[in-house]
Design a protein around this ligand. Structure first.
Ligand SMILES: NC(=O)c1ccc[n+]([C@@H]2O[C@H](COP(=O)([O-])OP(=O)(O)OC[C@H]3O[C@@H](n4cnc5c(N)ncnc54)[C@H](OP(=O)(O)O)[C@@H]3O)[C@@H](O)[C@H]2O)c1
Length: 379
């Protein structure tokens, strides 16, 4: 392992300390980890909230032995590298996704840095951060961007008609931008339930945004597509009722892509009977499953091809953010305190998030250090 700056032996992380403890998370002192051969150690400047974090606290479904520090989206500076790491060096500003069956980088610093927050990431899931992308924005991208990327890249063809429900969500607003701006879909339809999320879906490039609690979206899609249905649905809403409706919106022989464990399993606790597969089969629709967690719960699936694909995704996250094509909307920025993170996760769980992403500032000085130049995405 190579390292330069003095790294403390421990730091005060934020996570869960008992199996299935749920929220609230607690501050917990943990050792600063050491990178394995293919990992980098990052001093964390910023992170963001993901629903996965309250789900892990609730269910500990990756089978970890607590304490588990959360905060799996990372942006910061590399302070140590494993012996096989190439292409990323100590001192580099980076964005990364921590292993989803590993520890994250939330530290009880109140944004003041203090002794810092540290987390490991695989080199494959670490990318150099361009100066024009702030640490805050870079940290909002990894998990949500990779989810959208895995669903849409090489699947959406230029000119396609695409339906992405929930275009005001963390994954949804990036997916809408990606489809509309980077992958040049011809028509992007989305949905939301609040004025904020509907407006974010529109700003993200959706041509039509419906209210899924009020509108008859199937009828609207039929009107927009001359009764044919869309070429592709990407559904990242984890809503069983929603799955049934979006499955019916796909044209014959189109594609229905779902993020996560999929129909009938959304609670992770009980499996319910879902009509989705029958609806898809009836119309000859191809189902695609995207699940980043699976790479970590079934490591054999995280093969060379999968690693190269996600590495390409991390590179494009930075490239498209720099080009203004896929830019995270930061609905709220909070300091890394136990209280603020718990409040943010509780709102998210209740479906009352601010829309887009909630950014977490772990070290304000570090976060501002390389992001204040002109053209930075920090607003
Ligand atoms: N396994 C994986 O690889 C993986 C990776 C990332 C995320 N996920 C999962 O994917 C889900 C989304 O993550 P996120 O970060 O985007 O969460 P989020 O920011 O909380 O967004 C959830 C979105 O879903 C929308 N929604 C809920 N029910 C809907 C319905 N019936 N129809 C249309 N939209 C609906 C909400 O819209 P309104 O707010 O307008 O109601 C909101 O925009 C979470 O469950 C997360 O755990 C899985």
């Amino acid at each position: 392992m190579k390292q330069t700056e003095k790294i403390p032996e421990t730091f005060l992380g934020i996570g869960y300390t008992r199996d299935r403890a749920g929220l609230p998370l607690e501050a917990v002192r943990v050792p600063v980890p050491q990178p394995a051969a293919d990992q980098v150690l990052i001093r964390v400047a910023a992170s963001s909230l993901n629903p996965l974090e309250y789900k892990l606290a609730d269910l500990n479904f990756m089978g970890r032995t607590p304490p588990v520090v959360l905060g799996l989206d990372l942006a910061g500076v590399v302070v140590a590298v494993g012996r096989e790491v190439k292409g990323v060096a100590i001192g580099d500003a980076v964005a990364a996704m921590a292993d989803l069956n590993g520890d994250g980088g939330w530290a009880a610093t109140g944004g003041n840095g203090g002794e810092g927050g540290y987390a490991l990431a695989l080199q494959t899931l670490t990318v150099c951060k361009p100066p024009s992308v702030s640490f805050r924005d870079a940290a909002a991208l990894p998990m949500a961007f990779l989810s959208a990327f895995a669903g849409l890249y090489r699947t959406v063809q230029a000119g396609d008609t695409v339906y992405i429900p929930g275009g005001g969500g963390g994954v949804g607003h990036l997916a809408v931008q990606m489809a509309a701006r980077s992958l040049e879909a011809g028509l992007v339809i989305s949905s939301g339930s609040t004025p904020q999320s509907i407006s974010l879906a529109r700003q993200s490039g959706a041509h039509h945004v419906f209210n899924y609690k009020r509108d008859d979206i199937a009828a609207e899609i039929a009107k927009l597509t001359g009764g044919r249905g869309v070429d592709l649905v990407f559904d990242a809403t984890y809503s069983e009722q929603g799955f049934v409706e979006t499955a019916k919106a796909v044209r014959r022989d189109g594609s229905w892509i779902v993020l996560g464990v999929g129909p009938g399993k959304t609670t992770r606790l009980v499996e319910t009977r879902s009509p989705v597969d029958a609806i898809l089969a009836d119309r000859g629709v191809k189902r695609g499953d995207v699940n980043l967690l699976r790479y970590f719960s079934e490591p054999a699936t995280f093969d060379g091809e999968a690693r190269a694909f996600l590495q390409r995704g991390m590179a494009l996250a930075m490239e498209w953010a720099t080009q203004g094509l896929v830019v995270p909307h930061i609905g709220q920025t909070i300091d890394s305190t136990v209280e603020a993170i718990n409040a943010g996760l509780q709102s998210m769980r209740a479906g009352r998030g601010p829309g887009g992403k909630v950014a977490v500032i772990v070290d304000r000085d570090l976060a501002l250090s390389a992001s204040s130049e002109p053209g930075s995405t920090d607003r």
